[in-house]
Write a protein that binds this ligand. Structure first.
Ligand code: AMP
Ligand code: MG
Length: 338
């Protein structure tokens, strides 16, 4: 990693429903980080309402920036770089983050860099782990993405494969809705799975036996739906804990089988994971106990969206010489491959 001695970077993340602000130094040292989660606001709707998320970012972002500066005793023009998520994500949410960052950049006379949210996730496991350096494989498993990226160097990425349909987190959220559980579904399913039998139901693990690194979760969700309908038709009580445990096992098996395949195909025996689903205990356990590779997973709090990973990715890119022209929000930005 190229290091710029004292570089102070302000990271801003507003791609979905978390407002994040962080100050880091030297690409890795976290001075402070703040996250305002909107989970409670959205859970009563059963999912994220984009317009509402954007309004919440508008309310929360500048006060969080002020708090971060005060906490660290830093003034706007002490900052060397502002790094902001420019996509992928929800357009309204991205606009609030990018336009705020542009205004601060102008007001303070500080350069600005736009960060691909997925590249941010690549950096999340490195916040606490100095020893993770390329080449490695990165499993990104979140509410919107499920993919394995080959990281040959910082800025040099290759997408090995991704989901054909639902993301793993999306599958957890939809499964939770089928079971009448609250949003977000992943943590709820994990909580109930603790009391359940993971072998009670044999849910399909799609594409498990193919030699392609790709995922599919929509059939798994449908299999759960049919199982629930069967219990309803019989008028018998739903074995929610067993269904959660079996569903979690199927998702974990699907992810692990393709991580193993990617390790085998590339010969790279270092794997990092990030994104909300990497907070899942069963997946963390499966990754850390695998013999074929060594795994790096962020602390649970850094699995979901946060501004530290954006600041890290942005300052690393800046030190590599990446310079943006006009930074604009790009909700469908996907390609981080170079
Ligand atoms: P992100 O898109 O990275 O913000 O992560 C949010 C997604 O991660 C949602 O779909 C959640 O249901 C999922 N998630 C969060 N925590 C867990 C968990 N402990 N187990 C499984 N999925 C989780
Ligand atoms: Mg994310």
């Amino acid at each position: 990693m190229i290091r710029d001695k004292r570089m102070l970077t302000l990271g801003i993340e507003t791609s979905c429903d978390d407002t994040g602000v962080a100050l880091i130094r030297n690409e890795r040292e976290v001075l402070c980080e703040f996250l305002s989660s909107q989970i409670k606001d959205h859970s009563r709707f059963g999912g994220v309402i984009p317009e509402f998320a954007a309004r919440k970012h508008l309310e929360n972002l500048l006060p969080l920036v002020d708090t971060a500066l005060n906490e660290c005793g830093v003034k706007g023009n002490d900052i060397d770089l502002i790094a902001v998520t420019r996509g992928p994500g929800l357009m309204g949410s991205l606009i609030v983050g990018v336009m705020t960052a542009r205004a601060l950049s102008q007001a303070w006379g500080v350069p600005l860099i736009g960060v691909n949210h997925l590249e941010g996730h690549l950096f999340a496991p490195m916040v606490d782990a100095e020893d993770l350096e390329p080449p490695f494989l990165s499993l990104i498993v979140s509410g919107g993405h499920t993919e394995i990226i080959r990281v040959d160097d910082f800025g040099k990425y290759e997408l090995l494969g991704q989901t054909r349909d639902d993301a793993a987190g999306e599958a957890y959220d939809k499964a939770a809705r089928i079971l009448g559980l609250k949003y977000p579904g992943g943590p709820e399913i994990e909580r109930l799975a603790v009391e359940g039998n993971p072998n009670a139901f044999e849910f399909p693990v799609p594409l498990r036996n193919t030699d392609k690194v790709e995922f599919s979760f929509s059939g798994l969700k449908t299999a759960l739906l049919w199982q629930v309908k069967k219990f309803e038709a019989d008028g018998s009580e739903l074995p929610v804990n067993d269904l959660c445990a079996s569903f979690q096992r199927a998702v974990t098996d699907a992810l692990m089988s393709k991580v193993r395949l990617a390790v085998k195909q590339t010969g790279i025996r270092k794997v990092s994971a990030s994104g909300g689903v990497s907070a899942n205990g069963a997946l963390r356990e499966a990754l850390s106990s695998a013999r074929e590779f060594r795994a790096w997973v962020p602390s649970k709090g850094r699995c979901t969206d946060n501004a530290v990973m954006i600041a890290m990715a942005g300052s690393n890119a800046w030190c590599r010489g990446v310079r943006d022209g006009e930074v604009l929000p790009d909700p469908s930005l996907h390609d981080i491959m170079m």
